[in-house]
Design a protein around this ligand. Structure first.
Ligand SMILES: O=C(O)CCC(=O)C(=O)O
Ligand SMILES: [Fe+2]
Length: 354
């Protein structure tokens, strides 16, 4: 039975942080040296290969062909946007407004909810920061397993309910959308929900908590020399992302294409395949390498990412029965994989290859 929560796993396998507190962005006029990246890191254009960078597909989830299109998008891109997803627009707007309200608090107020050095939740720099020598033009706030209420009480002692209710509601909606997408994706791999090979994983997803990550990329004085969020892949099965109407998210395409923008589309949510889904699909779906560059027109970008995966003690292994392939990865527990990722970042996936 799954007993360990994701937040415990992140606490147990925490990285060594020299900085947890983000820069007080409102207090600086110029890009500090600590946040200035070299041109090789900040290059925005594609590599000028043979293909023009096409856009990430957008899928209307109510369309009769949605399931087939989701399968195609997972194989070809590992990412797509969805419309008619059933998450009320008002709730998404509410969550974005709460995120904005949180990040616009004075720096000393935000510190009341700062992430503990070995902690998983609260206010702080990006979790991948220790892998890079330069700091990112970013501040984040992580919510796991009901942590929102404790932090909201610290930030807004009299009105904590509003933040908590919105985050709680949003997480529930995200969880059911993620499960719906998971089933569609399983089907595209040739599996039903109650197939013997997938039934355990499907059942464990009922107990999944997931994690919610609020991201803020303030207006940047020198966007061409800064990085919002350094390139990475997401670790769990699927990520559901809401971005405000501000550019910045990019995905890396092979074949000389390079970085392709994921343009915000009003009312749409961005879905991306994470490492565990890459493993489950036996490498059939790419896990998406993505990053955020600071907005060039100096707009403040906000995003809300929901990371969806099975509980920490669940095992994920490639589904190979239908295609009669050989497994390309060994089985891993979520806990073990997060531990590997926290030590080796994108090299983690290579370590479980057979
Ligand atoms: O802000 C974004 O658009 C992407 C955020 C992201 O990649 C993450 O939180 O893992
Ligand atoms: Fe990400």
């Amino acid at each position: 039975m799954a007993t360990t929560s994701l937040s415990h796993v992140y606490t147990d396998t925490h990285l060594h942080y020299t900085h947890i507190v983000p820069l007080d962005f409102a207090a600086v006029d110029d890009l500090p040296e600590s946040h200035t990246w070299t041109n090789t890191h900040t290059t925005r254009a594609g590599g000028g290969g043979l293909h023009l960078p096409a856009a990430v597909p957008t899928i209307n989830l109510r369309s009769p062909s949605a399931a087939a299109l989701v399968g195609d998008a997972c194989r070809e891109w590992g990412m797509f946007q969805v419309t008619n997803h059933g998450v009320p627009a008002g709730l998404v707007e509410d969550v974005e407004a709460h995120a904005r309200r949180l990040f616009e608090l004075p720096a000393e107020q935000k510190l009341k909810a700062v992430r503990a050095p070995n902690g998983a939740t609260g206010y702080g720099v990006a979790r991948i920061s220790p892998f890079f020598t330069k700091l990112m033009w970013h501040e984040g706030f992580t919510i796991m397993a009901g942590s929102a209420v404790e932090h909201a009480k610290l930030l807004w002692p009299l009105h904590y309910h509003e933040f908590w209710d919105a985050m709680d509601n949003y997480q529930k909606k995200m969880k059911s959308l993620a499960y719906k997408l998971f089933l569609i994706i399983l089907k595209s791999l040739g599996y039903d929900e109650d197939n013997q090979e997938t039934s355990l994983l499907s059942a464990s997803l009922n107990q999944s908590e997931g994690a919610l990550q609020l991201n803020s990329y303030p207006s940047c004085p020198n966007p061409s020399r800064a990085i919002g969020l350094a390139p990475h892949t997401d670790s769990l099965l699927l990520t559901i992302l809401h971005q405000n109407d501000t550019n910045g998210l990019q995905i890396f395409r092979e074949g000389g294409v390079g970085w392709v923008p994921v343009t915000p589309l009003k009312g749409a949510l961005v879905i991306n395949v994470g490492d565990l889904m890459h493993i489950l699909s036996n490498g059939c779906f790419p896990t998406v390498y993505h990053r955020v560059v600071p907005n060039e027109t100096r707009r403040h970008r906000f995003s809300v990412a929901y990371f969806y995966g099975p509980p920490a003690d669940s095992t994920v292994a490639p589904l190979v029965a239908v295609g009669r392939q050989f497994p390309r990865f060994r089985a891993v527990t979520v806990r073990e994989y997060i531990g590997l990722k926290n030590k080796h970042l994108e090299k983690a996936i290579g370590l479980i290859k057979i």
